[in-house]
Ligand binder design. Structure first.
Ligand code: HGY
Ligand code: MN
Ligand code: MN
Length: 417
């Protein structure tokens, strides 16, 4: 049974998640895109909590918020903790913020006890994990990991604002992003607490689980170009309707996802131009998110879908373009850190259970820089990317308890070096 003060701390985490969740750029749903005033508001709130927890606070060249809690002695190693504060559209309260808040609370409780670890702790509240505004997720953690691609800077959002402008307006410095990577020589690793966003822990009746791998993922846009025309005069047989071609392709994506074992494939966005009820759609842009535990299988599935889209376009007399998007390779979590997490879970009186992550996380980007590990927290019905996302204070207390035990075990295992 968790101690009362851990449960009290978990209740504070829930209250803080509600306070963060109340901040949105849209009046009737929870949305926080990179670089918006809503993100500034959340960063200011979290920065105040970080300072009150005894951390030195700064922001980096892309606007990640970073709190550092010094070690007991100088020249010690550093453990990175973190997650993200941006959201998808119409989001829940916990995807991202829960990880930041559990880590922040663990540091806050160290500070309250006047304790220092033999290593420093740096807490990253990443500025853009979901990629909602610029369609290329993990911008914040890519900068930290040294995986920044300057080509991103010219991408525009739905208002025509380039990422470069957005970074400057957010107080960042686009000119230094390519050299803003965090040095890795002092790192002990990166650990992220995150909701599972799936039903497995609930099914196993476990409050937390340890992540084995983060699956490979690709995100791109596909454009079908046909011929806009008058809805009343162009005979059906003479049309080059971009929307009906896209619709056929969307169903082909679903079929491929259903038929290929372990594959998931999603079209989440679809833009129809010119978008008038009496005009045959001339151009459709759709998003394509494809994932699989194995990157090679993912590449094969993407190739098959590209061929499918070309066949649909040819038969209907249209053109189709695929914009090249990187494939995020599948990422193994560190056996060393997983073993320490398992010991911490066991010591917390919970059965250690390992599971893969279907969702992408900042840890995948940071795995270029250092060893990573993730602790999943059960979420109701596995629902996420949905305002109905929900966790219990008891499970949050379990995660906090496990993280605190992990910090102690890491101190013993590393003694700061
Ligand atoms: O898309 C994902 O898996 C993550 O939520 N960005
Ligand atoms: Mn997330
Ligand atoms: Mn997410």
């Amino acid at each position: 049974m968790r101690t009362m003060d851990t449960l009290d701390a978990a209740n504070t985490i829930m209250e803080r998640a509600d306070a963060i969740g109340a901040i949105s750029e849209e009046p009737d749903r929870r949305t926080r895109r990179y670089g918006t005033p809503a993100m500034r508001q959340v960063d200011d709130l979290v920065a105040a909590w970080m300072r009150a927890a005894g951390m030195e606070v700064r922001t980096d060249a892309i606007g990640n918020l970073i709190g550092r809690y010094e070690a007991a002695a100088p020249n010690a190693k550093t453990l990175l903790l973190g997650s993200h504060l941006d959201t998808v559209r119409d989001a829940g309260r916990y995807d991202g913020p829960l990880g930041v808040l559990v880590a922040l609370t663990a540091v806050e409780r160290l500070d309250a006890r006047g304790e220092r670890l033999p290593y420093a702790v740096e807490l990253y509240a990443f500025a853009d994990e979901e990629g909602l505004r610029y369609h290329s997720g993990y911008l914040g953690s890519r900068v930290v990991a040294g995986a920044w691609n300057p080509d991103y800077l010219t991408v525009t959002d739905s208002d025509g604002i380039t990422l470069e402008q957005a970074i400057r307006e957010f107080g960042g410095d686009p000119d230094t992003l390519a050299v803003a990577a965090r040095p890795a020589d002092d790192l002990l690793g990166y650990v992220e607490v995150h909701i599972e966003q799936g039903p497995v822990l609930e099914h196993r009746d476990l409050p937390v689980g340890i992540v084995t791998t983060i699956q490979a993922a690709s995100r791109r846009t596909v454009v079908f170009s046909g011929e806009a025309g008058h809805a009343g005069t162009v005979p059906m047989a003479l049309r080059h309707d971009a929307l009906t071609a896209a619709a056929e392709f969307v169903l082909a994506v679903e079929r491929q996802g259903r038929e290929a074992p372990g594959l998931v494939a999603t079209v989440g966005q679809l833009g129809v131009e010119p978008g008038a009820s009496n005009v045959i759609p001339g151009r459709v842009t759709l998003s394509l998110d494809v994932r699989h535990p194995d990157a090679e299988t993912l590449r094969d599935a993407s190739r098959a879908l590209e061929e499918r889209s070309a066949a649909i376009a040819a038969r209907r007399g249209l053109r189709v373009e695929w914009n090249e998007a990187g494939i995020g390779e599948a990422v193994e979590c560190s056996p060393r850190l997983r073993m320490l997490l398992a010991q911490a879970v066991q010591a917390a009186g919970i059965e250690p259970f390992e599971l893969p992550s279907g969702a992408g996380h900042d840890g995948a980007a940071l795995s270029r820089l250092t060893d990573i590990a993730m602790l999943f927290v059960r979420c109701k019905g596995g629902i996420s990317h949905n305002p109905a996302e929900s966790v219990t204070a008891a499970d949050v207390a379990a995660a906090l308890d496990v993280l605190e035990r992990f910090l102690t075990l890491l101190a013993g295992a590393s003694n700061g070096e």
